[in-house]
Design a protein around this ligand. Structure first.
Ligand SMILES: Cc1ncc(COP(=O)(O)O)c(C=O)c1O
Length: 510
């Protein structure tokens, strides 16, 4: 036995001395030492980088950025380079010009600044690399995720029998909602098991109703689900971009008259452009009357669930069959962190699969939990740990205060723009997205398109702030998505000054 141990020690030492194997992360002292030193260097590099820049972007041109990466020959040195070399190189090819979502003047897309506790959690998630598919690859991680699922189900007001799973993002969660909606309808009305037998011929007539400003992932997902993008039937919105339920009822009837089969309604709680929240309770009753699935895409608005000030806005969400929530938007989590929730755990049967090598039926009968049966992924990150650290260290009150600040910034912006004659704001922000345009001269929609497109690009190319644009009824509008609680009214005023500055520049050039 002693001889065997000695041999193993010698072998271990030989392995460690090998230049390549020194990179293999392990539990021997040498490996732990290298890990600690490497992480220290990485953290120092990130810290220095953050201190060096106070704008969300540098304005470096796309061609310069591309060229720097083109210049790298990946097999230049077959035995690799030192960490110092790679970190130095990274500065040039990525760090120096990366986009800072945490900068208070980044107010473009639905990217949130992230919380420090989540970065501590990330170190554990990546370093220990648990995989959430089965208990024997995750142990306590499975129960941590389950507890956070329960916590979210409680906030949703779902019944006891509900269930959920962490996903890679809102797109995947929406896919799961549509998948369950499709298969539930097939099982109930055609008596066949779509998991085994695929789609019946009638599936070409399946239709999903959602507002005309809902997220594009619904279309993409329906094409992936074999129903085609044309299965999405857009429903008109009211002046605040919320689904009009009278229009919804009419569209359902029209579709039935055409011989089509409405199988689901998707309500959006926080549309990507406007942050508008569809009338969820009214939609739930239309879905109920028609005996069809009701999915809520709360990828953006989900964060309101924990705010005492704003949770009423999501009233009716508890009546849905399934919900999408993106923690990596309004819960301030690093990408990826998202969830899919269903009101009845038996819906899992539509995707459940037992693989003998992984999650055998026998193990399930023994009461060993396995998350893979609820997921469309197999290997899956322990993203839940980030939310765990957040709730343990910041708490729901602290967490909800961030979105509350963002919402009050949106109100401030709307008031500011409404009081100016050179801006047109086209809706009442309900969460934290504001769509408006700069209208310094008397013009028409078309003439405003040029100036507003120019402004967005000019601001991006300058790097001092990042805003975005969108099209509303084919005309270009500017958009702020406010998520950063550190953004101040002064930041917002300065960004509006930039808009005016570049707007004037455009007028001088044209
Ligand atoms: C309303 C809505 N649903 C779904 C998504 C897709 O989410 P993800 O980017 O996490 O896949 C988004 C993304 O912005 C969204 O705004």
């Amino acid at each position: 036995m002693e001889a065997q141990e000695k041999l193993e020690t010698i072998l271990q030492e030989v392995i460690i001395e090998n230049a390549h194997d020194k990179h293999v992360f392990s539990n021997n002292n040498k490996s732990i030492g290298i890990y600690k030193k490497s992480m220290k260097k990485a953290i120092k590099t990130i810290g220095n980088h953050l201190k060096e820049r106070d704008t969300p972007f540098t304005g470096t041109s796309i061609s310069t950025i591309k060229q720097r990466i083109d210049n790298i020959y990946l097999e230049e040195n077959k035995r690799g380079k030192s960490l110092d070399y790679v970190l130095d190189e990274l500065k040039d090819i990525y760090l120096d010009d990366c986009i800072h979502f945490h900068n208070p003047k980044y107010i473009a897309h639905l990217n949130c600044p992230i919380l420090t506790p989540t970065l501590v959690a990330e170190a554990f998630v990546s370093s220990l690399n648990s995989s959430m598919d089965t208990y024997d690859q995750s142990t306590g991680a499975t129960f941590i995720e389950l507890k956070l699922v329960e916590w979210t189900l409680d906030k949703l007001g779902y019944p006891e029998n509900a269930d959920g799973i962490f996903t890679s993002g809102g797109t995947q969660s929406n896919m799961m909602g549509l998948l369950l909606a499709r298969d539930h309808y097939i099982k109930k009305h055609f008596g066949i098991d779509p998991k085994m037998d695929g789609l019946p011929p009638e599936a070409s007539k399946f239709r999903v109703l959602c507002s005309e400003v809902s997220h594009f992932s619904l279309k993409k997902n329906l094409s992936l689900l074999g129903l085609g993008q044309n299965a999405v039937i857009p429903v008109a919105v009211d002046p605040d971009f919320k689904m009009n339920t009278s229009a919804l009822k009419k569209v359902i009837q029209q579709q039935k008259d055409l011989g089509n089969i409405p199988i689901a309604i998707v309500g959006t709680a926080g549309t990507t452009d406007f942050g508008s929240i569809d009338p969820l309770a009214e939609i739930a009753s239309v879905a109920n009357e028609n005996d069809i699935w009701f999915h809520v895409d709360a990828a953006y608005g989900g964060g309101l669930l924990i705010s005492n000030l704003h949770k009423e806005k999501l009233s009716g969400i508890e009546l849905s069959d399934s919900v999408t929530i993106d923690y990596h938007k309004t819960f301030y989590q690093p990408v990826s962190s998202s969830g899919f929730f269903m009101r009845d755990k038996s819906f899992v049967d539509y995707i459940k699969y037992h693989a003998d090598y992984l999650n055998s039926k026998e193990q399930e009968d023994e009461g060993i939990p396995n998350m893979v049966k609820k997921s469309i992924q197999t290997t899956r990150r322990f993203d839940a740990l980030k939310l765990w650290f957040t709730l343990r260290m910041i708490g729901t009150e602290g967490l909800s205060s961030y979105m509350e600040k963002a919402i009050s910034n949106a109100q401030f912006t709307a008031d500011l723009l409404r009081n100016r004659e050179d801006f047109e704001i086209i809706h009442k922000p309900e969460i934290s997205a504001i769509v408006f345009r700069y209208t310094p001269f008397t013009g028409n929609g078309n003439s405003y398109c040029g100036i507003n497109s120019y402004i967005r690009k000019a601001i991006f190319n300058e790097g001092k702030a990042i805003i975005t644009s969108t099209k509303v009824y084919n005309e270009v509008f500017l958009k702020f998505t406010l998520l950063n609680p550190l953004t101040t009214p002064k930041d917002i005023e300065e960004i509006i000054d930039l808009i005016v500055y570049h707007g004037n520049e455009y007028s001088l050039k044209n």
